[in-house]
Design a protein around this ligand. Structure first.
Ligand SMILES: *Cc1c(COP(=O)(O)O)cnc(C)c1O
Length: 232
């Protein structure tokens, strides 16, 4: 199967799941997770119509952004853990960050986002499994962090992101997705008059569980393996 074939299949899965959930066509975006993939593999996806790519590791992402700088209108999303000494390059080169999980990182991204480009779109990563070892803010701390981010002029708080434990039984996984959706809804109720491009995104669902995520309201699914094949 080619990357183009895979992209078609994944797009069909997304469309079916969207219809099944009685949600509007086009309400779920596909983020192609391109960690470990070569620029040529990305070019194959681009040729098939994909424009948004997610990278986990800063240097690898920067290398690919440079390698593909001849291609207009690509959108780069940083989705990996963030060290605070790496925020400047993220703020300068990416359009989105899905993995904001502490105030200090948000402040640095806000301060370092160049003034001549649009605000950085960010999601708060939520630890929905309550495991101390995983990244993400605890659910009970989401509202406080969200309130702070909404005050930052160089950030657009788009919404919430989670990576539930992939070993969970389907029903449990589904509950995690529903929980994240409820959290976003609570933020929207608390801040009903945020501008456009704020609190409009639920980043959840990957290759193996995108249907469940869409059923629970995902607006953006992050898919690697199903597009590019399995990683080493
Ligand atoms: C790798 C990764 C994905 C993609 O996972 P697949 O199972 O390959 O689709 C999605 N989100 C994050 C944060 C990742 O690190």
């Amino acid at each position: 199967m080619s990357i183009a074939d895979n992209l078609k299949k994944v797009s069909e899965r997304i469309q079916k799941a969207t219809e099944h959930a009685a949600r509007p066509v086009g309400s779920v975006r596909l983020l192609a997770v391109s960690k470990t993939r070569t620029p040529d593999e990305l070019r194959a996806a681009i040729a098939a119509g994909q424009t948004a790519f997610g990278e986990n590791y800063l240097q690898e992402g920067l290398d690919k952004i440079a390698a593909l700088s001849d291609t207009p209108n690509l959108e780069w999303h940083f989705i990996g853990p963030i060290q605070s000494n790496k925020t400047r390059a993220i703020a300068e080169h990416f359009q989105w960050v899905h993995s904001v999980d502490r105030l200090r990182v948000a402040q640095r991204l806000n301060d370092q986002r160049p003034a001549d480009i649009q605000p950085l779109s960010v999601c708060i990563q939520v630890n929905v499994d309550a495991e101390a070892t995983k990244s993400g803010v605890a659910p009970e701390q989401v509202a406080e962090l969200a309130g702070a981010l909404l005050e930052m002029p160089r950030l657009h708080l788009r919404g919430l992101m989670a990576i539930p434990d992939p070993n969970l039984a389907p029903a449990e996984l589904r509950r995690r997705f529903a929980g994240l959706a409820a959290q976003l809804e609570a933020l929207r109720e608390r801040w009903p008059s945020v501008g456009p491009n704020c609190l409009d995104t639920l980043s959840m669902g990957m290759s193996g569980d995108l249907e469940d995520a869409i059923a629970e309201g995902a607006t953006l699914v992050r898919v690697g393996t199903a597009l590019f094949g399995s990683r080493q």
